[in-house]
Write a protein that binds this ligand. Structure first.
Ligand code: PEP
Length: 255
């Protein structure tokens, strides 16, 4: 079901004590604002070793949820250094980010692999946050819509209607991630509307209306309200600003 949602992607940052301190600051600053009827769902996505402890430190009722940044496509086995979706679920994760551009770029994750990871996540009961987004070259060559359309078709639209119901989509233009260069709210809205239209074509109008679509890419306390006010922007996937309690809290309060 479509909802307002803000996810904090900590990436490979913070030690365990630092993560606990950040969560404690966020939960005390966010206070009742995070429990109100209009409050977004808040998903905290720390690195793997911090998941269990940070999950325990989150308020057990209310709007806070735990998410991971990746999972392996197999359920278990001889895959040294990897973490399965089932393991994530067993430490309290409800969400998992898949297809982040850093995973696509630095770990060569392609749509075929990501479709397997999606299946594994869903089989373990996790809700995927599936990222798509174009490079600056792609945008400047006017190929943004073709590129994102292909990421959706090849990576995501193989899911059944029931499986797709569990998915949140994140539009993250690569040129905006960690660069301080945010998409304008009009640029974000245009791509979000396109994604929703593609979902309607692949599934149906109800699925399109019900899907939560997040914007990610240098979103911060100053620009979140304007971005979130767009009709097809349901919240944000936040990198850098999720590491600062005051900024992340201000983003949570930007609906
Ligand atoms: C991200 O990595 O998902 C992201 C949006 O990062 P930032 O907010 O730092 O651009």
């Amino acid at each position: 079901m479509r909802k307002n949602l803000v996810a904090g992607n900590w990436k490979m940052n913070l030690t365990y004590p630092e993560g606990l301190a950040l969560v404690s600051e966020i939960t005390s600053l966010a206070g009742s604002a995070a429990a109100g009827a209009n409050a977004p769902e808040i998903v905290i996505c720390p690195p793997f070793p911090l998941l269990h402890g940070v999950g325990q430190a989150l308020p057990q009722r209310g709007k806070f949820h735990l998410g991971a940044q990746n999972c392996h496509q197999k359920e278990s086995g001889a895959f040294t250094g990897e973490v399965s979706a089932k393991m994530l679920a067993s430490v309290g994760c409800e969400y998992v980010i898949l297809g982040h551009s850093e995973r696509r770029q630095y770990f060569r994750e392609d749509d075929e692999l990501l479709s397997q990871k999606l299946k594994a996540a869903l089989a373990a009961g996790l809700k995927p946050i599936f990222c798509v987004g174009e490079s600056l070259d792609t945008r400047e060559s006017d190929e943004t819509f073709d590129y994102i359309g292909k990421q959706l078709t090849d990576g995501l639209f193989h899911l059944s209607n029931e499986e797709f119901d569990q998915v949140t989509v994140a539009y993250e233009p690569i040129w905006a991630i960690g660069t301080g260069r945010t998409a304008t709210s009009a640029q974000a809205q245009e791509v979000h509307a396109f994604i929703r239209e593609r979902i309607a074509r692949a599934y149906d109008a109800k699925a399109a209306l019900d899907t939560t679509i997040l914007y990610g890419g240098s979103a911060n306390a100053q620009n979140a309200r304007e971005l979130f006010s767009q009709p097809d922007v349901d919240g944000g996937l936040i990198g850098g600003a999720s590491l600062k309690a005051a900024d992340f809290t201000a983003i949570i309060q930007s609906f």
